[in-house]
Design a protein around this ligand. Structure first.
Ligand code: NAD
Ligand code: WQD
Length: 338
């Protein structure tokens, strides 16, 4: 298939481009590189032994996007391009709403103009209302605690409405849980700007001794060891999930939300322990206060992914910790050019 990948130079996007190229698909990436490096795409092509097409521009530029669609028929679009930092979204809500909503609207406009009807959308477990029972399934109540989450929920609603109004449209809303890890080559991985917000990139940078210690956000949650529990998923399993979703979209119309997680929860202390024992490195930590907005436990009900996509995860927490560290150790400055 000829696949348009927006935000394809980013963390999840680059791993998905690699899986697509390896799967024999033709890949066209649009990314303005605001949070990514061209080096990621160079490495993806080297690893796959195949080329992709790259366009650098802002997804909100509808004229340039139309030109990409005019170059040849697109079978499916995978829409990763978005801003994703929860804390930043609280400080700069308009930037988040403008970027994430307008990118999605612009993409839908071009798709409809050019008769492209299959769309895979990067949503998030963050769309589930706080206090949902775990494991959370796709029919649980929705609601968000920050502007980033609302952009995902609003985009989901836009896409449901577009699919409703266009009966040939096929849209899969993939609700990712916590993607971590890196391609097993150690050549591509997560490369956050500045101080990482998320657990695994912080751990790998503590292991590198860029930071003295990790701060564990609270040990008084109602969990086995008191620290927060999440459903961590290897980014390469997640990437494969997009290919399964594309196959599904080929044979179905309408709009469906699907969780992509492992269905298992690990605490912060579990992750530190797994990382230390798999990699033989120390991750010093201190217990700090809870981070505002954090939930105690989040993990996925994965039944729908198994039933509709025939997809389930293959890599375990040790693989995630090993691959995250291999990437970080080999690339202490990430891609180095952001
Ligand atoms: P990322 O920041 O690494 O990738 C996003 C890419 O989109 C970047 O390369 C960025 O340069 C590009 N981009 C952003 N706005 C753009 C615009 N207007 N025009 C063109 N390019 C633009 O993020 P990621 O971790 O790979 O996440 C990919 C998607 O998955 C995002 O939509 C994110 O919200 C969603 N998601 C991520 C996680 C996670 O923990 N990583 C979890 C759930 C959902
Ligand atoms: C995981 C656990 C923290 C950092 C976020 C977004 C979510 C989604 C994925 C995009 C929690 C704890 C963390 C640290 C810690 N992104 N932690 N010390 O918060 O589950 O999800 O990323 O859609 O929307 O909210 O991920 O990696 O930040 O935290 O103790 O320095 O690690 O409290 O329990 P989170 P995370």
């Amino acid at each position: 298939m000829r696949v348009l990948v927006t935000g394809g130079a980013g963390y999840v996007g680059s791993h998905t481009c690699l899986a697509l190229l390896r799967g024999g698909h033709e890949v066209i990436v649009v990314d303005d590189l605001r949070n990514a490096s061209i080096e990621a795409l160079k490495r993806v092509q080297r690893l796959a032994g195949r080329a992709l097409t790259f366009h650098q521009f802002d997804m909100r530029d509808g004229e340039r996007l139309d030109k990409v669609f005019a170059e040849g028929p697109i079978d499916c679009a995978i829409h990763f391009a978005a801003l994703k930092a929860v804390g930043e979204s609280v400080e700069k809500p308009l930037e988040y709403y403008e970027n994430n909503l307008l990118s999605t609207l612009t993409l839908c406009r071009s798709m409809l103009r050019f008769g492209v009807s299959r769309l895979i959308f990067s949503s998030s477990a963050t769309v589930y209302a706080p206090l949902s029972p775990m494991p959370v399934d796709e029919d649980a109540p929705l609601g968000c605690a920050n502007p980033y989450g609302w952009t995902k929920l609003m985009c989901e609603q836009i896409l449901r409405d577009v699919a409703h109004a266009n009966p040939s449209f096929s849209c899969v809303l993939l609700r990712y849980f916590n993607p971590i890890g890196a391609d097993s080559s150690g050549e591509i991985g997560e490369d956050p700007n500045g101080v990482p917000n998320n657990l695994m990139p912080f751990i790998t940078q503590v292991a590198l001794e860029k930071f003295k210690q990790l701060q564990v956000y609270g040990d008084d949650y109602d969990t086995l060891d008191g620290t927060g529990v999440r459903d961590y998923i290897h980014v390469s399993d997640l990437a494969r999930g997009h290919l399964a979703a594309m196959d599904y979209a080929m044979g179905h119309t309408g709009c469906v939300a699907i969780n992509l997680g492992t269905g298992r929860g690990y605490s912060v202390l579990d992750i530190i322990q797994a990382f230390e024992s798999v990699n033989g490195v120390q991750v010093p930590y201190v217990i700090g206060p809870r981070r505002p907005g954090d939930m105690a436990i989040v993990y996925a009900n994965t039944q729908r992914a198994r039933e509709l996509l025939g997809w389930e995860t293959e890599l375990n927490i040790e693989d995630m910790c090993r691959d995250a560290w291999r990437w970080q150790k080999r690339n202490p400055a990430g891609y180095g050019d952001k």
